[in-house]
Design a protein around this ligand. Structure first.
Ligand SMILES: NC(=O)c1ccc[n+]([C@@H]2O[C@H](COP(=O)([O-])OP(=O)(O)OC[C@H]3O[C@@H](n4cnc5c(N)ncnc54)[C@H](O)[C@@H]3O)[C@@H](O)[C@H]2O)c1
Length: 330
């Protein structure tokens, strides 16, 4: 970790900090000596799970509130050096079933946070966790930051809008904001109660349970899968890089892997489960953008970050975690 020491005694707010990426980030921040405050509303069917922060529960402050609550946010942003904004409606399928909730959380929630900063703390630095979904279907591969943005679902539209809000507040009010367009992330602490988002971890659950892993269509669609420790590292290095603010970055490995390859690899490493081809559900088909893998030249050059965990190593670590703590996740 090239940021060692940089977060020592810094006041940090992590929105969505009880969820998958947020909790892994909080654990690393605590290790780095940061004073961490979490705001999370434990939105049903998402990744908020108190077990995720069990090892650091005495070392962080947790505020069970909602990023849409202006009074809470006005208070919480005061005195913070860094804000990692990860609270979001993350379920692609739910974003089509209940688009108003998605809009409310991802757009209004982000704007409430930014307004709280405008009125109470313009010196904070914001890192926003957006999604590769903002690009929609790829017209060229690998996808770089100049690729057109044609989101396929409401979740991707609201993420793109929230990203633009962060950039507007950076530009007009000088509230430094860096935006990440993150690819499919996997690893310990992801919810495994259902398969509506986070398909990688769902594959792992099926393999551990020695069940069929459902691979949609012919399984040849390509994705770029990144291990959560690499994302955490990337967020910290981005926050620590002065020249990252006001910018948008792709985050991934740049290595394409098909769903069928992935399923087979998981089966091989787990030593259980089997891949089974199945038809796309209608809901899935509607928001499926097709092949995606990313060009990460910009973030590497700007922050010095690069992904370090191989797919094999990441799968192994994830399986080990869930074999140990399965009962906490399903
Ligand atoms: N996991 C991925 O593959 C991935 C990829 C791209 C982008 N992202 C983005 O990263 C962020 C974190 O994703 P994750 O995978 O950790 O999801 P997650 O569901 O595990 O965590 C999200 C957390 O946000 C909380 N939350 C939701 N609405 C809230 C609100 N209104 N106020 C306060 N807290 C709220 C939830 O309770 C949950 O704990 C999201 O913004 C997501 O869009 C994730």
């Amino acid at each position: 970790m090239k940021t060692k020491g940089m977060f020592k005694d810094k006041e940090v707010l992590v929105t969505g900090g009880i969820g998958f990426i947020g909790s892994n980030l909080c654990i690393e921040l605590v290790k780095n000596g940061a004073h961490v405050t979490i705001v999370d509303n434990m939105l049903p069917r998402q990744g908020g799970n108190l077990f995720n922060i069990k090892d650091i529960e005495d070392k962080v402050r947790v505020n069970f509130s909602d990023v849409r609550n202006g009074l809470s946010m006005n208070h919480l942003v005061k005195g913070k050096h860094y804000i990692f904004h990860l609270a979001g409606q993350v379920n692609h399928v739910d974003s089509m079933r209940n688009p108003i909730q998605d809009l409310e959380i991802n757009c209004r929630g982000t704007l409430v946070l930014l307004e709280a900063l405008r009125h109470n703390n313009r010196d904070a630095r914001v890192v926003f966790a957006g999604t590769r979904g903002e690009y929609g279907s790829s017209v060229k591969l690998p996808v770089d930051e100049d690729h057109p943005t044609n989101p396929k679902g409401i979740y991707a539209v609201t993420n793109l809008t929230a990203e633009k809000m962060v950039l507007v507040y950076d530009d007009i009010f000088g509230i430094k904001g860096a935006c990440l367009r993150i690819t499919n992330t996997y690893g310990p602490r992801h919810q495994m109660a259902h398969d509506e988002y986070g398909v990688f971890n769902w594959f792992i659950r099926k393999a551990i349970d020695n069940e069929a892993i459902p691979v949609f269509g012919d399984g040849r669609i390509l994705r770029d899968f990144i291990y959560v420790d690499d994302i955490v590292d990337c967020m910290l290095m981005t926050a620590a890089s002065d020249n990252a603010y006001g910018e948008v970055f792709n985050v991934g490995t740049g290595i394409p892997v098909s769903f069928v390859e992935l399923a087979k690899k998981i089966v091989e490493i787990a030593g259980s489960g089997h891949a089974q081809f199945t038809e796309f559900t209608q809901e899935r088909k509607e928001v499926e953008p097709g092949d995606y893998y990313t060009n990460i030249t910009k973030i590497k050059q700007t922050t010095g970050w690069k992904p370090l965990v191989s797919l094999d190593e990441g799968i192994k670590k994830t399986i080990e975690y869930y074999r140990k703590y399965k009962k906490e996740y399903w």
